[in-house]
Design a protein around this ligand. Structure first.
Ligand SMILES: *Cc1c(COP(=O)(O)O)cnc(C)c1O
Length: 393
């Protein structure tokens, strides 16, 4: 089955992914089953997407109901699920308004456009440059790959947009120096995800906010990976004493359905008016209904608190592994966005764990990333730690 499927895939799909040789057929909670029926515990969650687990009955139920009622109209009209989802997000965040798209990259595109338009409207159209962080990741569209601080993402697509400047993450002096008369915004991930699960130094984000305020420029938080409970708060910025002017969300917002969102305060959001920006599928009823139900599950089951508790426990267990294995260099992260840096190539460890029925992920060659559904149990964490203990030995 898997061999045939792989052969067919190799002939028909763009070769854009270095896939692991497994095909999944079914999921439930924190478990996945491949097409041969082998079970895996999922510590990847579709890359920090399925935060309340696979095949959640309440999300499935709402999807079925909405599919039989109304899939899609257009943003030429109002629909209830879109407005309810926006209201929920506004109520729970710093923001006053929400724009819906279909992915993370699209949410960041919208944010970058909004920052430009905001200054254009103020008569400061010369302010259009954005400062971004080295090792950041913001997406694969032309603007968002230009905003990304990793050469491998841009390779082959040059010339990229020449309106981004880069500084090292956690270096406030470098940031201050880089801000110029043409800077309109700073974009950053509160915790860098793809760049290697890199946390902000104490006080860093607070200082970034201060520097932006002093310079009169906007602060954009890309919370596409850190948002929706992942770090032990609904939004990562709540861990720090800082609010952005614009925030982007995607990944976990739909628990697996494609959705992205850009949120902003009123004075910034008002730079967009009819015709400024649009998306055919953005905020369509079927997707927003599923996202809204996901967030209601978050409330009803206290998912964010669970994440905080399990995250602390998981991190302690990873630190225990670090004590036992010289090959482990560093353990870091917050909530259930955890990374373990090792002194050799991590891919063999990923493969060995997979053989033993655990899905984990490796980024930047030597950083193992653990981003399970936020409903992961202690037994499952213990089982993975035992597996890693074995594999690392
Ligand atoms: C995944 C990710 C993106 C891109 O999201 P897509 O939905 O793949 O376009 C952007 N920023 C961050 C921080 C991400 O983790």
């Amino acid at each position: 089955m898997i061999k045939e499927l792989m052969e067919k895939a190799d002939k028909t799909l763009f070769a854009t992914y270095a896939r692991v040789p497994v095909a999944f057929g079914r999921g439930k909670g924190c478990n996945l089953w491949d097409t041969d029926g082998k079970k895996y515990v999922d510590f990847v969650a579709g890359i920090a997407v399925c935060n309340i687990g696979h095949a959640h009955p309440r999300v499935a139920e709402v999807l079925c109901r909405q599919a039989k009622t109304l899939l899609h109209v257009s943003n030429l009209y109002y629909t209830l699920p879109q407005v309810e989802l926006a209201s929920w997000l506004v109520e729970k965040s710093f923001a006053d308004r929400v724009f819906f798209g279909n992915s993370g990259a699209e949410a960041n595109e919208a944010a970058l456009k909004l920052a430009r338009k905001y200054f254009k409207d103020k008569g400061e159209g010369n302010r259009f440059r954005v400062i971004s962080m080295e090792k950041s990741f913001h997406g694969r569209t032309m603007a968002t790959l230009s905003a990304t601080g990793q050469d491998k993402i841009k390779k082959g697509f040059e010339p990229v947009m020449d309106s981004f400047d880069f500084v090292p993450f956690n270096d406030i002096t470098a940031l201050k120096k880089k801000i110029g008369a043409s800077t309109c915004a700073v974009i950053l991930e509160p915790i860098q995800g793809e760049g290697g699960v890199r946390c902000p130094a104490p006080g860093y984000l607070e200082s970034v906010r201060e520097v932006c305020d002093k310079a009169g420029i906007l602060l954009i938080f890309d919370e596409i990976q850190t948002g929706i409970g992942r770090t032990g708060k609904l939004f990562a910025y709540e861990n720090f004493n800082v609010e952005p002017d614009i925030m982007t969300l995607a990944k976990a917002l739909g628990n697996g359905l494609p959705i992205g969102a850009m949120l902003a305060k009123e004075d910034v959001a008002s730079a967009f008016s009819p015709g400024s920006h649009a998306s055919t599928f953005g905020g369509t009823p079927i997707i927003t209904a599923a996202a809204l139900e996901t967030l209601k599950v978050f409330e009803d089951e206290d998912i964010v608190k669970k994440c905080r508790q399990q995250g602390e426990y998981f991190k302690q267990r990873l630190l225990w592994l670090k004590q036992r294995h010289e090959v482990v260099e560093d353990v870091r992260g917050m909530g259930l966005l955890l990374g373990m840096k090792i002194k050799k190539d991590g891919r063999s460890i990923v493969n060995l764990c997979m053989e033993k029925g655990f899905l984990i992920n490796c980024i930047q060659e030597n950083i193992l990333r653990f981003i399970p559904p936020l409903i992961i149990g202690r037994d499952e964490i213990d089982a993975l730690v035992a597996c890693l203990d074995d594999v690392l030995a």
